[in-house]
Design a protein around this ligand. Structure first.
Ligand SMILES: [Zn+2]
Length: 334
């Protein structure tokens, strides 16, 4: 257990959790998830893909905390008008990995927890793993980080879409990596039918750009990316209100806010860790990115508010203050 974990655990047992929950009660907590790791053998993607058992245990802890879990749209409205219940929590899930549909959705249903899925859609229309993530996995699983992944991705993405799956399969075979990841659709995005069923079962499907763009580098593409993302999702899930957005990999640009507002977007979530006080900019909401390496103590400390309550006490700040999370920095281009 690291010193930080010891401090967090001690704080919890000393009754600080209740005090922190009260002190930060008006602030909205937002949890951020991606997919789950289903493939046997090498465990890849520490923050992007967490273990199914850990995800279920976290949802059980959240339920057990007794803190109110609200749908995102309601939480955004109530954050603006100051009517949030104490220590309210929102669950968000990025991208739309197949494991979100097959393994996360049943857990959310079991615990009756509302959640928002920020769906990126270019890959949703194709039975093709996300190329750059699959290439990174294959290199890592084979212990071949000496191979230039960027060059390999460029080579595969230069092929017609219909040939990319075979190219990935060949690359995996060359490196001697078992094909379980392909069979399990580890790096696939949910299909149109899966998106539609997820929405029917209560998952709130929202915006994440069509091609998962780097907003910092391609801010001018944002309006078109929102249009394409919306058009695809409308065709998949019907006439849902699509007005909540997540910055892909947390990338941002000074002009993005105005572009989002002008395009009917009411909230935007970042990968920056933190709580959201009443009156916070709804287009720059902070989250806690949960992952495989996050301890229960740290998860509890975010939920109770200890993590941020203590971060404002100068003498303990160095012991608890968080990293600016890099967990959302998975790249996937269309
Ligand atoms: Zn994403």
């Amino acid at each position: 257990m690291s010193l930080k974990e010891v401090v967090l655990s001690a704080a919890r047992s000393a009754g600080l959790a209740a005090a922190a929950r009260k002190a930060t009660g008006s602030q909205l907590r937002i949890l951020g998830y991606h997919g789950l790791w289903l493939t046997p053998g090498y465990q890849f993607g520490n923050c992007v893909f967490m273990c199914p058992e850990v995800f279920e245990a976290r949802m059980a802890r959240l339920k057990g905390s007794g803190q109110p879990v609200l749908p995102l749209a309601e939480a955004v409205d109530r954050l603006a008008n100051g009517s949030l219940p104490e220590a309210a929590v929102v669950i968000t899930i990025d991208d739309g990995w197949v494991s979100t549909f097959t393994h996360m959705l049943p857990v959310l249903e079991k615990y009756r927890l509302p959640a928002t899925l920020y769906a990126t859609t270019w890959y949703a229309g194709r039975a093709l793993p996300v190329v750059n993530v699959a290439v990174d996995y294959l290199r890592a699983a084979a212990g071949r980080l000496d191979i230039d992944g960027e060059a390999k991705v460029r080579e595969i993405e230069a092929l017609p879409v219909g040939e990319r799956l075979d190219a990935l399969r060949c690359f995996g075979a060359e490196l001697g990596v078992d094909e379980a990841w392909l069979e399990l659709r580890q790096f696939n995005i949910m299909s149109v039918d899966e998106l539609a069923e997820a929405q029917r079962r209560g998952l709130d499907v929202q915006l994440h750009t069509h091609r998962h763009i780097d907003v910092e580098a391609h801010v001018d593409a944002l309006p078109r990316e929102l249009d394409e993302n919306r058009a695809f999702l409308r065709a998949a899930v019907g006439d849902a209100r699509l007005e909540h957005f997540c910055y892909p990999s947390g990338t941002n640009h000074p002009r993005a806010r105005a572009l989002l507002a002008a395009n009917g977007v009411r909230s935007g979530t970042l990968v920056t860790e933190g709580l959201n006080a009443p009156g916070s900019d709804p287009l720059a909401l902070r989250r806690f990115l949960d992952g495989r390496s996050i301890s229960d103590a740290r998860f509890d400390a975010y939920l109770s508010g200890i993590l941020h309550y203590m971060a404002h006490m100068p003498r303990v700040r160095p012991l608890v203050s968080g990293r600016r999370s890099s967990a959302g920095r998975e790249r996937h281009r269309g």
